[in-house]
Design a protein around this ligand. Structure first.
Ligand SMILES: Nc1nc2c([nH]c(=O)n2[C@H]2C[C@H](O)[C@@H](COP(=O)(O)OP(=O)(O)OP(=O)(O)O)O2)c(=O)[nH]1
Length: 326
């Protein structure tokens, strides 16, 4: 039987200026020398919040006043099985100071600083860093219609400015257009100019648009998720690209975890007009997948922004939709 997981509570302390506190793991400890969030093991007699309060008091001398659980992820090291529970802490009493001799500092963390944070932290922390920078809403474009790519692009550009920024925008012209005709860099620039975070989702399986700005994410549809290698995904991520993936069941989730995707959509949660044949998996199945994920999970399929509290209660992070946003 699998060994039980140890709960690790982590404080993601965000200053009003956007800086986030992190420490350097001291010599002699697991992950020594890496950047990490303050926190530690929950004791058997503690709730998660009690453990968070105690750890942040002992380690950095602050009293937590407002904390929100933002992500929970399972991570297996060769010698230990952990469940990392990240609380975004936005109000506290005291100035964080090193209580155990560890180096401690608040550094900017936003989309542009994300890659530096990821490079300095253990791989387990990818999901935690992403949970601090990703928007909660992911708008997927409707497919190109009879009026072709030009009409589609014009509708997209005018709509971008009325979507509340920042959002993730998955650029998905659909299978009706040849990939070579899609002006990916121009589309991505329009999304960036409107204050959003573009993700390209080309119809072809293997080829990718070249020369994209590192702020542009890449989406793994089902075919790409199953055919791309972990090395290719690592290369894109090393260049700063966000990698997103479409998950439908346990097998595709396992593949997305193996490839260390930055976020996943889980669909279809409910039946939708855009995929009339597909039955929704329901909230219980969504919750099961969210619990097994190591990254932020976006519910997709018949969900709207008003579903966010329901998504959070089930361990999800955000909402993805076509019809809710266009
Ligand atoms: N504090 C912290 N620990 C992390 C992060 N990411 C990550 O994988 N971990 C791992 C390292 C440790 O195995 C565990 C945290 O446990 P800990 O700091 O209380 O315990 P430890 O094993 O370092 O030391 P000890 O209490 O056993 O002496 O979680 C992170 O961002 N912050």
């Amino acid at each position: 039987m699998d060994r039980p997981r140890t709960d690790i509570v982590l404080g993601l302390l965000r200053e009003p200026n956007g800086r986030v506190w992190a420490e350097i793991r001291p010599d002699g400890k697991h992950l020594a020398g890496l950047r990490a969030f303050p926190g530690g093991k929950r004791r058997d007699d503690e709730t998660l919040r009690q453990a968070l309060a105690r750890e942040l008091d002992e380690e950095i001398g602050i009293r937590v006043r407002r904390a929100r659980r933002v992500i929970t992820l399972n991570w297996d090291y060769p010698d230990r099985r952990l469940r990392l529970i990240g609380f975004e802490v936005t109000d506290w009493v005291g100035v964080p100071r090193s209580g155990e001799g560890q180096a401690l500092a608040a550094e900017p963390l936003d989309r542009d600083a994300r890659a530096d944070w990821l490079a300095a932290m253990p791989p387990a922390n990818r999901g935690l860093v992403n949970a601090l920078v990703l928007p909660r809403c992911l708008a997927i474009t409707p497919p190109v219609r009879a009026d072709g790519l030009t009409g589609w692009q014009a509708r997209l550009e005018s709509r971008l400015h009325s979507l509340p920024a920042p959002m993730l925008v998955n650029l998905r012209p659909g299978p009706a257009v040849g990939q070579a005709s899609v002006p990916w860099p121009a589309l991505a620039r329009a999304v960036l100019a409107a204050g959003h975070w573009p993700v390209v989702n080309p119809p072809a399986d293997r080829s990718w648009p070249e020369g994209l700005d590192p702020r542009v994410g890449l989406h793994l549809n089902h075919a790409r998720l199953m055919s791309m290698s972990a090395g290719q995904v690592r290369d894109w991520q090393a260049r700063g690209h966000l990698v997103t993936a479409a998950v439908h069941d346990q097998a595709t989730l396992e593949r997305a975890v193996e490839l260390a995707a930055d976020l996943v959509t889980v669909s279809p949660v409910r039946a939708t007009a855009t995929h009339p044949g597909a039955r929704g998996m329901g909230w219980a199945a969504f919750a099961e997948l969210a619990e097994a994920a190591a990254m932020p999970v976006y519910a997709l399929g018949g969900v709207v922004v008003g579903d966010l509290p329901r998504i959070w209660r089930r361990g999800g992070f955000g909402v993805a939709s076509i019809s809710a946003f266009w």
